[in-house]
Design a protein around this ligand. Structure first.
Ligand SMILES: [Ca+2]
Ligand SMILES: [Ca+2]
Length: 208
């Protein structure tokens, strides 16, 4: 890619969620670190320095360029009403999505927050109450199909690298959280939940 991109993530109401300008040279990348709940999200891509504005101005300040940020501008969090450039430029782009799944809003959802290595918190919602759920870990995403057992044939969003069942915990009333100590080998890895019986799977969440 030959032009200076900026990436923005907005929620369904047009409010800002996350922005990063320069992740790799002048190209942009976003993680899930500011995404705390399921729902509909919009990705915005713009050339530097065409920035989204809310009623009170910029939703994000222009700098720092190489840090992923929640809305921090005078117009935070939005909603988006305008873009700052009067004569926008840009060009062709490719967008790579990794470790994500189509949202089942109101469905089985998990997220991971915290610091890795260190203490991380796994949160889940939308599970069936009073069941068991397996916490499955892998270092990569993929389409691994469970070869046997009660969920034989269920396809996960995980790959086979360091794939393992980390733990099995109750779903409680359908939502909850658990803390865990994450070592270096777990950092930036991926987690997916699968509940038994039923074999419903959650989205894939990335360890910080
Ligand atoms: Ca950029
Ligand atoms: Ca900017």
């Amino acid at each position: 890619m030959s032009w200076d991109t900026q990436l923005f993530l907005f929620d369904a109401n047009g409010n800002g969620v996350a922005h990063m300008d320069d992740a790799c040279s002048l190209q942009s990348a976003l993680t899930n670190q500011f995404v705390s709940q399921p729902g509909v999200y919009f990705i915005g891509i713009a050339a530097y320095n065409n920035d989204p504005e809310g009623p009170n101005g910029l939703i994000w300040n222009n700098t720092p360029f190489n840090v992923e940020r929640a809305p921090d501008g005078p117009g935070a969090p939005g909603p988006l009403i305008n873009w700052s450039a009067s004569a926008p430029t840009g060009g062709a782009y490719s967008l790579t999505l990794a470790g994500c799944s189509f949202g089942n809003a109101g469905g089985y959802f998990c997220s991971i927050s915290g610091t890795c290595p260190g203490t991380v918190t796994l949160r889940w919602s939308g599970a069936q109450p009073n069941r068991q759920q397996g916490i499955v870990f892998a270092s990569n995403t993929g389409n691994y199909t469970i070869p046997g057992g009660p969920c034989q044939g269920t396809q996960l969003g995980l790959g086979t690298q360091n794939l393992r069942l980390y733990n099995t915990i109750p779903t409680g009333n359908g939502s909850g959280s658990v803390n865990a100590q994450a070592g270096t080998a777990a950092c930036r890895g991926y987690v997916q939940l699968i509940q038994v019986p039923g074999c419903q799977t959650s989205n894939v969440a990335q360890v910080p």
